[in-house]
Each structure stands twice: as C-alpha cells, then as structure tokens.
Design a binder for this molecule. Structure first.
Ligand code: BEZ
Ligand code: FE
Length: 299
C-alpha cells in the first residue's frame, strides 16, 4: 500500500495515482492518471523554482482571464503548442476516406447567418472578390444532398468580424449553406488574406519569448455536417499565400491548398453579380460515413 505521509518525489506520484484508483468512469480514471504521470514527469524534468511555478499558474490564470464570448485564448494556446493539430491528426486516422481535417481555431464564436446559394458572405468588406464553388460528396463520389456547409473567414486585411466591432457587422465573412440536389454549394466572398493570430495576450507573449512569428497563411474555414456522416472541420488554403510553409499553428495540409483561378470573363462576372476579373476556387469536400450503429445499446 502507498504511504500517505512524508512523500518523496517518486512516492508522491504513486500516491496521487493511487488516489484516482477508484474513479468509477474508466476513461476519466485513465485521463487523470495519465495526466498525473506526465505532469509529474514534466515537473521532474524542468525542476521549476517556486517562483517559476507561480509564474506558470499566473500565465494560465491570465489565459483564462483573456477569454470572453468572442475571444478564446485557451484554443489559441492549444493551437500554437501544436496540440490542436495533434488532436486533429489522431482523429483524422478514424476518417481515412474523408477530406483532411484541420484546426477549428478560436474564431468560430458567433453563429454563421443562413444564406442562399451564391450570396456574398463578405458584403461589408472591400477587396477583390472570389467565387467559391464545391460539392459535398461521399467517398464513392456520390452527392450528399442537404449537407450543411458553415464557412467563416478573415477579410482582405486579415481581420474576422469579431475582431472589429463597429467596423464589420457580426456575421460578415460567415455563412451557412445547404447543399442542393447535386450536393453543390456556392458563395461569393473577398479573397482572404494571411493574418497574424491575436498577439495582445498571453499567447502573444509566448510567441514573442520564442521569437516565433504569429502568421497564418490565407484560408477559408469550413465545418460540413450531414446526417449519417462524421462532421468535417477543415480549411482551404490559398495557393501561393505567404506562410504556407510556416503556419503559426501547424495546420497546413498540402491536400487543402487550393488554386484560386482568375476568371476574366465579363459574362461569368455578370452571371455571378461580380466585377471582372474575379477569382474562382472549386473544391470537393468528402465526408466519412458514420460507423454503422449496429451495436445495440442493450447488448
Ligand atoms: C484561425 O484560422 O482562425 C485560427 C486558427 C488558430 C489560431 C488562430 C486563428
Ligand atoms: Fe482563420
């Protein structure tokens, strides 16, 4: 039996592990014990002074205090440490036939307004326009009708609506679409710009201390959902954008880099309510069917 007093640095770890031994839920028990092992090993590795550990607590406190309804500093911290992308990558292995997933990021914090096919999601923004067309498909290439396609993006200057209250209305750069009988969706927007992630909080201080740049390559976010399929959270990245090879949050996958092709046809522009020239990105988004729910809950 583990001693319950006078711990040294290794019996202490055993005692904490033991304290979680009777956690009823097996997954919670596994997580708490693994957290204990890794956290104690981390502390043994870095041997923090009392002041350093206090600074670490202050850092996490400041991270929490920076969060509000439209600012999520903990997601940002997870992103710059590569943890968000690690979680994505481990889960991606479960959806091998789907379009690659990538990070959610901290800006999916207001509901996207429902829009009609062809709408301009960035009507309040200036800048060169793009037309984004695509289809939501099964791995066999069949259309998924009635899928929900939630999109959000920064504007030409690299800002999301929530970063510019009073300049951009909430919902600018965002839209919720439903795929048609061909599994197709389409929308107009501004060509997104690369941008720095927010650096005016604890995450910015971390990047600064490490002399890391804060930039993300230009991209558009998507969450695609349909009954009977696994949700897909992903981006398309604009081919040729700066920072494709050094994304601050490690989220670039080559399969998601998309060429925006310049269309110079005045006729095409007029048909889409656009000025010529405009950029066109065409993408297929493939969803993984959910595992068949054959395992009956009673058995
Ligand atoms: C984003 O793409 O919105 C994002 C992702 C991770 C960190 C910051 C921003
Ligand atoms: Fe983004």
């Amino acid at each position: 039996m583990t001693m319950t007093t006078d711990f040294d640095s290794s019996t202490l770890t055993a005692a904490v592990l033991d304290s979680f031994e009777h956690t009823p839920d097996p997954r919670t028990k596994q997580i708490l014990q693994s957290l204990t092992r890794h956290l104690h090993d981390f502390v043994r590795d870095i041997e923090p002074s009392i002041e350093e550990w206090g600074a670490a607590i202050d850092y996490l406190t400041a991270t929490g205090q920076k969060c509000d309804d439209t600012r999520q500093e903990f997601i940002l911290l997870s992103d710059v440490l590569g943890v968000s992308m690690l979680v994505e990558t481990l889960n991606d292995a479960e959806t091998p036939d789907a379009t690659d997933a990538t990070v959610l990021g901290p800006f999916h914090v207001v509901a996207s307004p429902p829009r009609d096919a062809g709408d301009d999601v960035s009507a309040a923004s200036d800048g060169p326009r793009c037309l984004v067309t695509g289809r939501v498909l099964t791995p066999a290439g069949e259309p998924i009708v009635g899928a929900t396609v939630d999109v959000w993006q920064a504007d030409t200057h690299g800002f999301y609506d929530v970063q510019q209250p009073g300049i951009q209305p909430l919902g600018n750069g965002r839209g919720l679409f439903t795929t048609d009988a061909d599994g197709a969706f389409r929308f107009v927007s501004v060509v997104p710009s690369y941008y720095p992630i927010p650096t005016d909080g604890p995450v910015g201080a971390l990047l600064n201390a490490a002399q890391r740049h804060p930039n993300r390559p230009a991209h558009i976010h998507f969450i695609v959902t349909a009954p009977g399929f696994e949700d897909l959270t992903t981006h398309i990245f604009v081919a040729g954008s700066p920072y494709l090879d050094s994304d601050a949050v490690f989220a670039v996958k080559q399969s998601l880099v998309t060429t925006f092709v310049t269309n110079t046809s005045a006729e095409d522009a007029a048909a889409n309510g656009l000025q010529s020239p405009f950029e066109v990105a065409d993408i297929d988004l493939v969803l993984q069917p959910s595992p068949a729910s054959s395992a009956s809950p009673e058995s």
